[in-house]
Design a protein around this ligand. Structure first.
Ligand code: E4P
Length: 218
């Protein structure tokens, strides 16, 4: 399973990238705003900075909601760096745009996916990635991971090439459950990635090993 980090924060991206296990980055307009990045020029520069840092799979979202606007924006984003993946919302014009990008060799991530039907449409339109938002589904008291299982099953039935990118991850258990469900990618906040490392028995065991080593040296 690929690991993407879900943030526009450069120091967090750097920290995850330094671990050597990072495969990409997802951003969205809310995450960009959270970092205080305003104005088209600054936004585009920020995407380039992320691409230069990570070198692959950087999702940058279009703001337009009409076909022509999405194509114009997507072409501009894709021209920034070969690592750019154009993020397109799951709406009617978004489907048309995904098909156009797919026909014209521009990589895409279909975002704001909350049902298997939407995921089928994204795959039919040739999206490279489909992003079901599992945390937001859990927030609405449904089971987001069940949607991942359903999409993985359906894509397997037909050999769709679209990769299932589990998004809106809230904790390390989400990552483990998405891996069990067969997600191709998880995009996660840094603390959820680091949370995978934690186990009290590891800490207790290491403390004991180091103490025994010290005793042996006396
Ligand atoms: C995915 O690409 C989105 O940026 C993200 O995962 C949304 O997560 P949230 O529900 O925590 O905002």
């Amino acid at each position: 399973m690929k690991f993407f980090i879900d943030t526009a924060n450069i120091s967090q991206i750097k920290e995850a990238n330094d671990l050597g296990i990072l495969d990409g980055v997802t951003t969205n307009p809310s995450l960009m705003a959270k970092e205080g990045i305003k104005g088209e020029e600054n936004i585009l520069k920020h995407y380039v900075a992320i691409c230069n840092l990570v070198g692959k799979n950087v999702s940058a979202e279009v703001i337009s909601t009409d076909f022509e606007g999405m194509i114009t924006e997507g072409k501009k984003l894709a021209a920034l760096h070969p690592a750019i993946v154009v993020k397109v919302p799951m709406i009617k014009d978004g489907i048309k745009a995904l098909k156009w990008f797919s026909d014209n060799g521009i990589k895409t991530n279909c975002t704001l996916v909350f049902s298997a039907g939407q995921a089928i449409m994204a795959a039919k339109a040739g999206a490279n990635y489909v992003s079901p938002f599992i945390g937001r589904i859990d927030d609405a008291s449904w089971d987001g991971v069940q949607l991942i299982e359903q999409i993985v099953h359906i894509y397997g039935n037909y050999g769709y090439k679209t990769e299932v990118l589990a998004a809106s991850i809230r904790n390390p258990l989400h990552i483990v459950r998405c891996a069990e469900a067969g997600a191709d990618v998880c995009t996660c906040p840094l603390d959820s990635i680091l949370g995978l490392l934690k186990h009290p028995l590891t800490d207790i065991g290491l403390e004991k090993f180091l103490a025994d080593h010290k005793k042996g040296q006396q």
